[in-house]
Design a protein around this ligand. Sequence first.
Ligand SMILES: [Zn+2]
Length: 60
Amino acid sequence: MESHDKNCIICKKDEDQIPLVKFDYKQTSFWICPQHIPVIIHDPSQLNGLLPDADKFEAV
Ligand SMILES: [Zn+2]
């Protein structure tokens, strides 16, 4: 299983700077900070290029 660097996929902050939340997607582990979790929920188009198939996510 591939594991990405342990930093927020959006702002790239690491666990020394901010709490990170791990999530799994397509057999891969990613990390995101609490500040950017709403992006996944409300504005997933920002994840294009960061997560595979992010353009298929539906904003809530
Ligand atoms: Zn972040």
